[in-house]
Design a protein around this ligand. Structure first.
Ligand code: APR
Length: 237
């Protein structure tokens, strides 16, 4: 593992950006852990799991409406935009595998985005069907069947969406560069995904101002913010 910063996106053909909440920090969206993190202000057992939703759907929706309202006012930052530009010259395939639910990759123009943990902007009816909904705050909270819509987000204790896992696995086993940006690497199964890319022979870069439990598997660690790292990684594009 080295701190060098001479990896450049232009030298790779199949790039996978593996992103977490730290990527959206510069857009004004709090991370989950660390200083000012969401989980230091809220108890996820009361507002972000199926059990809480079954017990008090209104309270869970209040938490998610507060987040929808906050995120609706946020824009992609320079790092989101740099990621979206990486594929524009047609010289490489760029896939984003994100743990984020804020939709900012899509808003920045990224085309291939796999949302491992769902989306703040999608609702799921009891029959499993989903619908995009950008109303803020959400008012009609009941599905046609009179039950509650739930946020189409992977809560603690939920299984990940099978299709998302399959798409992520295909990207992880075929990329030649994986750039992990802004994740604390503590929530599984997402946290172990960079290991799959490493075993498949990809070059691994970690972008995070702090070390994580997975830092040792990376070929290069860039102890800086997403915006600073993307400037360096995109040189020559
Ligand atoms: N640039 C890059 N990294 C940053 C920046 C920045 N500007 N600011 C903070 N970070 C790093 C922090 O050092 C931290 O390691 O981003 C990471 C954010 O970690 P978490 O808040 O744990 O976010 P994440 O890893 O995405 O959480 C994973 O946990 O709560 C669940 O489902 C939720 O998807 C989420 C999952």
């Amino acid at each position: 593992m080295s701190q060098n910063t001479d990896v450049r996106i232009k030298d790779f053909k199949r790039v996978l950006f593996f992103t977490g909440a730290g990527l959206s920090a510069a857009s004004g969206i709090p991370t989950y852990r660390g200083k000012g993190g969401t989980w230091s202000q809220y108890n996820w057992q009361e507002c972000a799991c199926q059990e809480a939703f079954d017990k008090e759907p209104e309270r869970v929706w209040e938490f998610h409406n507060v987040r929808r309202t906050a995120v609706a006012g946020c824009e992609p930052n320079d790092a989101h935009r740099a990621i979206a530009r990486c594929g524009e010259d047609g010289q490489r395939r760029v896939t984003v595998v994100t743990q984020n639910i804020d939709g900012l990759h899509q808003k920045a123009g990224s085309k291939e985005v796999i949302e491992l943990h769902g989306s703040l902007w999608r609702l799921r009816a009891p029959d499993g069907s989903t619908v995009e909904n950008f109303d803020v705050p959400l008012t009609a909270l009941r599905a046609p069947a009179g039950h509650w819509w739930r946020p189409d987000i992977t809560w603690f204790g939920d299984a990940l969406n099978e299709k998302a896992i399959q798409m992520a696995a295909a990207a992880l086993t075929t990329c030649d560069l994986l750039v992990s940006i802004g994740t604390s690497a503590v929530v599984y199964p997402a946290a172990q995904m960079p290991v799959v890319a490493k075993q498949a022979g990809a070059t691994l870069v970690e972008v995070n101002p702090e070390a994580t439990p997975l830092s040792d598997i990376y070929d290069v660690t860039m102890r800086m913010t997403a915006e600073e790292a993307m400037k360096l990684l995109c040189e020559g594009l």
